[in-house]
Design a protein around this ligand. Structure first.
Ligand code: ATP
Ligand code: MG
Length: 451
């Protein structure tokens, strides 16, 4: 299964067939070619292809029948229709019947290459989606961290290893990257999984209230303390206490917490007798704790106690492939929750998502998809279903600040500069990426300079 994709090409014109086979094989695909619709049906019966490219107009069995057969056989196969005659009706009909795309003859080979690549990507995502769903079904109630990014996978492996050790863990990362999710993951993969997982946001309470939450109080400890109240530290016995935004904890309380962690016992407010407190501590912050300890706003000794192991979660924009993967994951989730048949994300919407830098990380993406599903009526999340700030992002480059639509030349210049930048300033590479030769690139750059 190491090939890049399994393709079937159906084309009754010998030369066209030969050309297609040649160019697609060169791309590294596993390609089968047949010269008639009937032969295609036999192939489709026998195996599942990722993508089928079929001529529309053929003797006896035509492309529409090939398309229908594919639809019956496997939901995963994408069909690209090639139409020789200027018959928009038949192309429209093919799209209605579920074709992925239609290419008009005479086709350009680079267009074929591009469309096949996109179709394969769609097939791949669909498969992944199904796998995801299978995993989610199997892990009901458990924590599932979705990713395909290398550094995230390494982080997960590390989490898997420290989970059962009972070490305290410090989880760092920007807002919305999944710190709490990782904390839960650690808990549910530890020997404490049957014990409680309790979370407290150290930044959300006044000092008094936080102390009360964490340490509890004896009856009569202060006015209004009518009964004994156990604190979270005590209640987390046999389980995990998640200290969110731990840097927001007042310094006086940091000393008390340090003592609790070291002695494994806690003194309730107004109490004289310490009680056993055997929790595991997982702390999280989106601030730079190293710097904070150096600056004195966080106690170094407590920092060392909490930071036995550090898991640093990378921001979403630095992860490879996760935006698409998570988009489909959330699409499935919210479609099911809202009982809506939303099954797709249009390629241009997906591309906007992939180019956005998500300051709010996974949480922001989750909200974007939730909204997209909520306001959806047609089953596909399209550009129109994305929030304004994301859509503007995609349109911005086409419209100048004064509202004027930019000219082709301006666009070309901006694009060339962007590619050059992507190529690290390397003109040879940039020219290759642009599909032009180095001399013309150089000439263009010269004109821009003189402008
Ligand atoms: N890899 C992931 N797979 C699936 N869901 C994720 C993933 N990462 C984050 N989420 C989801 O995104 C949301 C935000 O995650 P979480 O609350 O863990 O982030 P956080 O880092 O604690 O954020 P904050 O810093 O704002 O407290 C949650 O709904 C979580 O389930
Ligand atoms: Mg959080």
């Amino acid at each position: 299964m190491s090939c890049k994709g399994k393709l079937l090409v159906v084309e009754d014109e010998k030369i066209a067939l030969k050309n297609l086979l040649h160019v697609l094989k060169k791309e590294g695909y596993e390609v089968t070619g047949v010269a008639s619709g009937a032969a295609a049906l036999a192939q489709i019966e026998g195996q599942v292809f990722d993508v089928v490219l079929t001529d529309l107009k053929m003797e006896k069995v035509d492309g529409m029948q090939v398309l229908k057969k594919c639809r019956e056989r496997s939901a995963e196969t994408e069909v690209i229709v090639i139409t020789g005659y200027a018959t928009p009706e038949s192309a429209v009909e093919a799209m209605k019947q579920g074709a992925f795309y239609y290419i008009a003859k005479p086709f350009r080979l680079d267009e074929v290459r591009k469309v096949v690549g996109e179709a394969l990507e769609k097939t791949r995502l669909k498969r992944e989606n199904q796998q995801l769903r299978a995993q989610i079904d199997g892990y009901e109630g458990r924590v599932k961290i979705i990713t395909q990014d290398q550094s995230m996978l390494r982080l997960l492996e590390m989490a898997r290893q420290v989970a059962p050790t009972d070490c305290n863990v410090l989880i760092t990362g920007e807002s919305g990257t999944g710190k709490e999710l990782f904390a839960r993951y650690l808990h549910y993969n530890s020997t404490r999984a049957d014990g409680p997982f309790l979370a407290v946001n150290c930044g959300a309470f006044s000092e008094q209230l936080l102390a009360n939450e964490l340490f509890g109080h004896e009856k009569g400890a202060f006015t209004g303390a009518l009964a004994l109240k156990k604190g979270l530290i005590e209640t987390a016995e046999g389980g995990t206490l998640f200290l969110d935004e731990v840097t927001e904890m007042p310094t006086a309380m940091q000393v008390k917490l340090l003592r609790v962690i070291q002695e494994r016992e806690v003194l309730r407010l107004g109490g004289t007798q310490a009680v056993k407190a055997d929790a595991r501590y997982i702390a999280a912050t989106n601030r730079d704790m190293d710097e904070m300890t150096r600056g004195g706003s966080f106690r170094q000794d407590l920092y060392f106690r909490l930071n036995v192991v550090n898991l640093h979660i990378p921001p979403l924009r630095d992860r490879n492939g996760d935006v698409a993967l998570l988009s489909y994951f959330f699409l499935k989730k919210f479609a099911a929750l809202m009982k809506k048949e939303v099954v797709e994300i249009s390629p241009d919407a997906l591309s906007v998502l992939e180019n956005y830098d998500f300051p709010g990380n996974v949480r922001e993406l989750e909200n974007v998809i939730e909204r997209g599903v909520a306001i959806n009526t047609g089953g596909i999340i399209e550009l129109a279903h994305l929030p304004d700030n994301l859509r503007e992002l995609s349109a911005r480059s086409y419209r100048k600040k004064d509202g004027r639509i930019s000219s082709l030349e301006e666009q070309e210049q901006a694009y060339i500069r962007w590619v050059l930048n992507e190529a690290g300033g390397n003109q040879t590479l940039a020219a290759q990426l642009l599909g032009i030769n180095r001399v013309s690139l150089w000439r263009k750059l010269k004109t821009y300079e003189s402008l």
